[in-house]
Design a protein around this ligand. Sequence first.
Ligand code: CTP
Length: 237
Amino acid sequence: MSAGCNQTRGVRILITAGPTREPLDPVRFLTNRSSGKMGYALAHGFQSGGHSVLLVSGPTVLDVPDGIDFIPVETAAEMYEAVNHAIRRMDIAVFAAAVADYTPRHPSGQKIKKTGETITLELVRTRDILGSARGDFGFTGTLVGFAAETEQLEANARAKLLGKRCDLIIANDVSKPGIGFDSDHNEVLLVYPGYNEAPPAASKHDLAHHLARTILNLHQRQHTNPTDDPSFQPTPP
Ligand code: CTP
């Protein structure tokens, strides 16, 4: 079954995916272990249901699924600008990217040469892209974030749900072996305002298709007036 079965077609979805790269000098950067697999699988899940997907992605080795609009970015600042430019045209925004929280204050224009025994890097905070969606970007659609945690999964995810004004946080415990960053499998906790759901662990592909349906249902519950759509079947939370 495709992600969009029983869903209104033609929903516009923005997805961020992958890691960011924060340059130290022309040949070095700070990054993280995100593979981008979850975001790309989600993009495929939405697109195969007949929806329009814009994928804003940091560098990965993955192929962009056919039929998906794609904006490649490197840094957190570039991802912020790309999202800011596009998000107001979207119905749903899903932030699966592992965005660097800090970036070097003064990236060097030349390769940094080794000098002393130690080196100190000064890092400054990047802007929180998901945290800017409701306020700075004025996004009013369905807003979904991810939370990669190593402890207190539900409490930390719920703090992000409230702090970033999301409709759903998809939380995963990245300290568990065999799931998360580099893996093909994932196990998530869905944290909504007032309740949680725990779908069974699955391949990232199967889980992504399940999540695409879940997010489309959530969007439909929030943005469709049932009296306007006689085929609308409310999904219990
Ligand atoms: N996120 C973002 N921009 C950032 C940092 C995070 O858009 N600069 C988004 C991620 O894509 C994810 C969510 O915010 O959807 C949570 O990211 P995470 O790294 O788990 O949390 P942080 O907000 O960075 O908080 P912390 O690292 O302190 O847990």
